[in-house]
Write a protein that binds this ligand. Sequence first.
Ligand SMILES: *Cc1c(COP(=O)(O)O)cnc(C)c1O
Length: 378
Amino acid sequence: MRIIRLSRSIVGQAEAEAVSRVIIEDGYLGMGREVQLFEKEIAEFLGVPIEWVICVNSGTAALHLAVEAVTAPGDEVLSQSLTYLATFQAISAAGAIPIACEIFPQNVTINLQDAEKRYTSSTKIVMPVHYASNPGDLDSIYDFARKYGLRVIEDAAHAFGCTYKGRKIGSFGDIVCFSFDGIKNITSGEGGAVVTADQEVAQYVRNARLLGVEKDTEKRYSGQRSWEFDVHNQGYRYHMSNIMAAIGRVQLKRFAGEFAPRRQALARKYREILDKCVGIRFFDTDLNAIVPHIQPIRVLNAKRDALRAFLEERNIGTGIHYKPNHLLSYYGYGRVSLPVTEKLYEELLTLPLHPGISDGDVEYVCESVKEFLHNSYR
Ligand SMILES: *Cc1c(COP(=O)(O)O)cnc(C)c1O
């Protein structure tokens, strides 16, 4: 029986050997040389100095430390409501207040006209989310930030290896956060990275990932520990381990030749087969510029749940990315109304996309979608 999963980690012998090397040859599983090398290789991949890249143990940790580095408690962060819960949790973990904004329904990026209406003297950050790997209109976001004196933190959890106007995400801009969790474009098991040219922010994150112990990173990278030290701020145990970094380094090597073209080809295939179908719609995206992490579509006329059930029946995994955060109790119980977001939420359906599925799998998913649509629009 064919089972097509929505997503999964694509790891194998090479990752297992890398982990085994750390365990057997090195024996130091904490943060050391392997993490330093992963940071160096990410920097090379992005074409930035190594000082710009700080690895942590999740994308959420990356966002949390980034927000904390540039806010005081009570400061406000403009972001889209339609994002993974981690975006909002990272903001509130830092003591800042996430302000839920509308999106453009064509590409699920933050609507700046709407964000502007929510600007107050407490606003300190605009946080665009590169939903489904699409950076949207980043130039306008940076213009907006300049106009109001805001920092920009890009939630680029979906966008590792993507480009904007020919430049890699993370190679320019203010503060960019990546996730390397199990199903992202590359994985280190769990993990994430903050990338920034701002060396004050970089140093803050470097210290805060190790309980705020000053310059502990530098010591660990030369095989030492800090016995005498000082601490100036709250810190966390957010550092990446050598085991995670070993997996991440292999994944980074596989990315350009294997993962990126595969994800792009599968997304192209979905479009080729389903683009003209009545009753569904794709988001605007440029598959030459991005490497799609997920394949969401819009299912029109209140048929999303029925299509989802129809596909489940055929062992095709689907998802809903995402439940808008402003509807959650912790973030206001839907007291703020965001009509575009709420309508889109009812239409969202994510189809399987990961390098472990075949062209035939995508064809099977598409035929199933077509069969459903054919039956529903007779
Ligand atoms: C995955 C993800 C995160 C969090 O990353 P983790 O590594 O899972 O903590 C944040 N934002 C978005 C949009 C994500 O998809």
